[in-house]
Design a protein around this ligand. Structure first.
Ligand SMILES: [Zn+2]
Length: 93
């Protein structure tokens, strides 16, 4: 059993139900990474890594699980931020 897991990322294109984006997938385990959590742009898409970024490890066996995670975890967070902003703007009116 390996004690450390060194992912070998390859570009993986998700194209399901009109949702299209690219993220990284591990060549060996086939695990799909959440593009937001691991910052896919710099991990496997050849872009520069941001100087500050909160990396998280989120890997999924299926696209469905990844989409569920993105909807629940990231969209919910975004919704909260938008709601807060709307409230703030209302206060300023
Ligand atoms: Zn994520």
């Amino acid at each position: 059993m390996a004690y450390t897991w060194e992912p070998k990322w390859e570009v993986f294109e998700v194209d399901v139900e009109g949702i299209k984006f690219r993220t990284c997938r591990d060549k060996i385990t086939g695990l799909i990474a959440c593009p937001i959590c691991i910052h896919a742009a710099s991990k496997c898409l050849g872009e520069k890594a941001p100087s500050t970024y909160t990396y998280e490890n989120s890997f999924f066996y299926t696209i469905e699980d990844l989409l569920k995670h993105m909807k629940g975890y990231h969209l919910l967070g975004l919704k909260k931020r938008v709601t807060k902003l709307v409230e703030k703007l209302r206060e300023e009116e």
